[in-house]
Ligand binder design. Structure first.
Ligand SMILES: Cc1ncc(COP(=O)(O)O)c(C=O)c1O
Length: 430
C-alpha cells in the first residue's frame, strides 16, 4: 500500500492502546553513540534510549562484534541444551546481584521477569497475596498488571493475585509528602504494618517495588525507605522483590542496583531493558531456595538464547570496563543541577527529581499542583523540534523523563539542558 503513510498503516493493523509519542510520530532508522536519525535524515540527541534500554549507547562496536560473531555460529538452541554464554552470564549476574546465594533465570521481557518472581514468591510462600506500591509499574502481563498501581497502565481488575497497595516514593503528591525524610520513612513503615494487619490474611508471598518508579515519573523515595520496610517484611516472613528493570546496572549513579541506596537485601531482583543494550533479554536473580521452590518444570524457549546472552556479556563487560556507573553519577548530578536552575524561573515546573541518569521534571499549572499533561506534550514537541528526544511518564502523564545512555558526555548533557530550558520556557509562555 504505497499510498498510505507508515502511521496510517500502524493505526490500521496495530492495537489502539499501543500509543506513539508526538503529534507526528517518528521512525528512527539509525543510531550512533547518543545520536539517532529518523527516516527523513533528521538528527536527534537520544535522551531516552528506547525507554532506558540502549544503556551503553547506539552502535557500540564491542557489543556488535559479539553479536556478529555469535550470529555466524548459531542463533538458537533452546534451554534444553547447555549454552555457555548463558551460564557465564548467570555466573556474572549472580556475583553482581545484591541477593545472597543467587540463582538466575533468563526470559525475554521485564513483564516476564516480574511474572516469574511473583510465581516464585507465591510458590515458595504458598500464598497469592502480594503487596505493591501505589504509582508502580511492573509490566503488561496478567499478574504484573495486577501489581501495577497506575490506572493508565492497569486495564483490568481481574487478577491471579490478591494485592494490597502501600505508600511509595511519590512524595510530591503524597498526603505524607510534607514530612521530613525520616518521618516520611516512619509513616511508610507504619502504613505497611497497618496494611499487612488489616488487608491480608497474614501469609503474604512478597512485596514488589521499584527503587525509583520509572513509568510513575521517576518518583524517588528517601534513601533508607526500603531498608526500614524490609525490617517489617522480615517480621512477617514476607519476601522482598526489587524490580530493577529501570534502576539496575548503575543507572542511579550512586549504586549499581537501585535498592542498594536503602540498605535492604532483597530476596530477588528482576532485570531487563539495559542489559542487552537492545537485544531481548531479561531475568530474575533469586535466592537459590526461592528459585528452586517451583515444583514443576518451567522454561522460556527464547530466554537466555545464545545471541542475546553473547550481546549481554559483551555489554556488561563494556559497562564495567568503562565504569559507566561513575559516569552516570558525574554527568547525572551535573545535569540535575542544570535542570534545577532552569526550573527556578519556570513556575510550570512543580518538581525536579531523580538520581543519576534517571531524572524527572513534573509539569503543573501554577499556583497549585494541578497536573499539566498538555504542557508535558508541549515540552516533548519543543524538544523534538530542537533535536532532543526525551520520554514522558507519571501518574497523569505530566512528567518529562530524561534517561540517556550511561555513556553520555558532559557536552551532550549541556546541549540537552539548554534545549530543555528553552522547551520549558516555551511551555511556560503558553
Ligand atoms: C520497572 C519496570 N518493570 C517492568 C517493566 C516491563 O518490562 P517489559 O516492557 O520489558 O515487559 C517495565 C517496562 O517499562 C518497567 O519499567
Amino acid at each position: 500500500m504505497p499510498d498510505k503513510t507508515l502511521i496510517e498503516r500502524h493505526r490500521a493493523v496495530m492495537p489502539s492502546w499501543l500509543t506513539l509519542l508526538y503529534e507526528e510520530p517518528i521512525s528512527l532508522v539509525r543510531g550512533k553513540e547518543r545520536r539517532v536519525w529518523d527516516a527523513y535524515g533528521n538528527e536527534y540527541l537520544d535522551f531516552f534510549g528506547g525507554i532506558l534500554t540502549t544503556m551503553s549507547g547506539h552502535g557500540v562496536e564491542e557489543v556488535l562484534d559479539a553479536i556478529r560473531e555469535q550470529a555466524g555460529k548459531i542463533l538458537h538452541t533452546s534451554t534444553q541444551y547447555l549454552i555457555e554464554s548463558q551460564v557465564e552470564l548467570a555466573e556474572r549476574i549472580a556475583d553482581l546481584a545484591p541477593v545472597p546465594d543467587a540463582k538466575v533465570f533468563f526470559c525475554c521481557s521485564g513483564s516476564e521477569a516480574n511474572e516469574t518472581a511473583l510465581l516464585l514468591a507465591a510458590s515458595a510462600r504458598r500464598s497469592n497475596q502480594v503487596i505493591a506500591l501505589r504509582n508502580s509499574y511492573h509490566g503488561r502481563s496478567f499478574a504484573t498488571v495486577a501489581v501495577t498501581g497506575n490506572r493508565s497502565w492497569s486495564p483490568s481488575a481481574f487478577s491471579p493475585l490478591s494485592v494490597s497497595y502501600v505508600h511509595g516514593g511519590y512524595m510530591y503528591r503524597s498526603p505524607l509528602g510534607q514530612l521530613a525524610d525520616s518521618d516520611y520513612i516512619d509513616a511508610g513503615v507504619q502504613d505497611l504494618r497497618n496494611v499487612i494487619e488489616t488487608t491480608t490474611s497474614g501469609t503474604v508471598a512478597c512485596m514488589i517495588a521499584e527503587p525509583i518508579q520509572g513509568v510513575g515519573g521517576f518518583a524517588t523515595p528517601p534513601d533508607g525507605y526500603f531498608g526500614a520496610m524490609k525490617e517489617v517484611l522480615d517480621e512477617y516472613g514476607i519476601l522482598f522483590v526489587s524490580d530493577e528493570v529501570q534502576t539496575g546496572w548503575g543507572r542511579t549513579g550512586d549504586h549499581f542496583w537501585g535498592i542498594e541506596a536503602h540498605g535492604a537485601v532483597p530476596d530477588a531482583i528482576t532485570f531487563a531493558k539495559g542489559i542487552g543494550n537492545g537485544l531481548t533479554i531479561a531475568g530474575v536473580a533469586a535466592r537459590a531456595e526461592i528459585m528452586d521452590s517451583l515444583a514443576a518444570n518451567s522454561i522460556s524457549t527464547f530466554g537466555g538464547n545464545p545471541l542475546s546472552t553473547a550481546a549481554a556479556l559483551a555489554n556488561l563487560t563494556y559497562l564495567l570496563e568503562h565504569d559507566l556507573q561513575a559516569n552516570a553519577l558525574k554527568v547525572g548530578s551535573h545535569l540535575k543541577a542544570l535542570l534545577k536552575s532552569a526550573a527556578e524561573n519556570t513556575p510550570v515546573v512543580g518538581d525536579v527529581r531523580g538520581k543519576g541518569l534517571m531524572l524527572g521534571i513534573e509539569l503543573v499549572r501554577p499556583p497549585g499542583k494541578t497536573a499539566a499533561p498538555d504542557l508535558a506534550s508541549r515540552v516533548l514537541e519543543e524538544c523534538r523540534a530542537r533535536g532532543l528526544l526525551v520520554g514522558r511518564g507519571g501518574l497523569y502523564g505530566n512528567v518529562i523523563r530524561i534517561a540517556p545512555p550511561l555513556s553520555v558526555t558532559m557536552e551532550e548533557a549541556n546541549e540537552a539542558a539548554e534545549i530543555l530550558a528553552a522547551a520549558l520556557a516555551a511551555a511556560a509562555a503558553d
